[in-house]
Design a protein around this ligand. Structure first.
Ligand SMILES: NC(=O)c1ccc[n+]([C@@H]2O[C@H](COP(=O)([O-])OP(=O)(O)OC[C@H]3O[C@@H](n4cnc5c(N)ncnc54)[C@H](O)[C@@H]3O)[C@@H](O)[C@H]2O)c1
Length: 335
């Protein structure tokens, strides 16, 4: 039985707590939040099953706790994660891992020094539909990837600290890099702040990879639609991952075939519009799978797919994207 503590039981932390509390091979011993009202709600729901504290230091000082789940705001992630690892705990940190690649590297240094697992909440990497899509791409069913675009829009929670880029696009960036199997070379971002000064409500992020592969992300919390959709256009087939649909993944046998003509330089383009296939996808809650992965990694001493390096890679892309946004949308090299 892996014993956990969780810091931050806000809007998203509540979902994490529900999932960790439901796993059979772990127990959440302590929930920590600086808000008394939040802790009252935890007590009402979990009775005496879960202890409640206001100070994270109480979790760090408890030798029985092996892993700490951090779901506070991103500007506190680095400090809490490092403290937890210094106290001998493995950590699960919600996305984004931190607010800069420099902070991310400090988290990595602590993970190496104290030999602790550090997992970041890039939940899409554990989503059964994305796992299936990655398999189709790996098997070559889609051919080689031409381009990917992702839409994450909603009339959603307007953040005070981080903008729509930092709040929303970690999922898309991690998923796109995972599907392409590469790190982008450059990024260009446009966006605008309407509700609050200098906090972009909407961003359009363009990513450029090797071999002319490109990707685009549209993210906003100021939009009439709720869309969570990612489209992959390949040389043989196309695929759509739609998290708001009952059919989470659709593979389209659509494309343009090139056939050689009679002259040596002559080619013909033929449109192909074949079957649409919706594979059966495991209906398990992606968050449950992600939580189980953290517990399994502690149990088995295994490095998760969404590890600290994955978290830092996303931070590097976010930093370059922010630099581009600040510079009026100019193309920025990703370091
Ligand atoms: N994976 C996802 O799909 C997803 C979705 C939403 C949010 N998130 C991430 O989850 C994290 C939390 O977001 P949220 O929407 O739940 O925010 P929130 O503001 O609703 O909750 C944060 C909670 O942390 C508590 N807190 C903050 N600092 C603390 C500290 N030092 N000690 C103890 N408690 C502290 C606050 O009191 C609050 O209850 C963010 O990193 C966010 O990006 C992830």
């Amino acid at each position: 039985m892996i014993v956990l503590g969780q810091i931050g039981i806000g809007a998203w932390g509540r979902n994490l707590l529900r999932n960790f509390a439901a796993l059979s091979d772990c127990a959440v011993k302590t929930a920590c939040d600086k808000s008394r009202a939040v802790l009252e709600a935890v007590k009402a729901e979990y009775k005496s099953e879960i202890g409640c504290v206001e100070d994270p230091a109480d979790i760090f000082a408890d030798d029985e706790i092996e892993g700490v789940v951090i779901a506070t705001l991103p500007n506190t992630h680095a400090q809490l994660a490092i403290k937890a690892m210094e106290s001998g705990k493995h950590v699960f940190v919600e996305k984004p891992l931190a607010m800069s690649a420099k902070e991310g590297l400090e988290i990595k240094k602590a993970a190496e020094k104290y030999k602790k697992i550090c997992m970041v909440g890039h939940i899409l990497l554990y989503h059964p539909a994305l796992v299936a899509l990655k398999k189709y791409i790996g098997e070559g069913s889609l051919g080689h990837i031409y381009y990917i675009y992702s839409t994450r829009v909603n009339l959603g929670k307007v953040r005070n600290e981080e903008n729509a880029l930092w709040s929303l696009t970690s999922h898309d960036i991690s998923a796109i890099m995972h599907l392409i199997g590469a790190f982008p070379q450059h990024v260009a971002t446009s966006g605008s702040s309407y509700l609050r000064k200098d906090i972009a409500d909407v961003v359009f992020v363009d990513l450029g990879f090797k071999n002319d592969v490109i990707a685009h992300i549209h993210a906003s919390w100021l939009d009439p639609h709720k869309i969570r959709q990612l489209t992959v256009v390949g040389s043989k087939k196309m695929a759509v991952f739609d998290d708001m649909s009952a059919e989470k993944l659709r593979i389209y046998d659509k494309g343009v075939d090139q056939t050689a003509g009679q002259g040596s330089y002559e080619t013909f383009l033929t449109l192909r519009s074949g079957d649409i296939f919706a594979p059966k996808i495991d209906t398990a809650e992606p968050l449950r799978i992600e939580c189980q992965e953290f517990v399994d990694c502690i149990e088995q001493g295994r490095i998760p797919l969404a590890d600290v390096d994955n978290g830092i890679e996303v931070l590097r892309v976010l930093e370059a994207a922010q630099e581009s946004l600040d510079g009026g949308g100019a193309k920025v090299h990703v370091r």
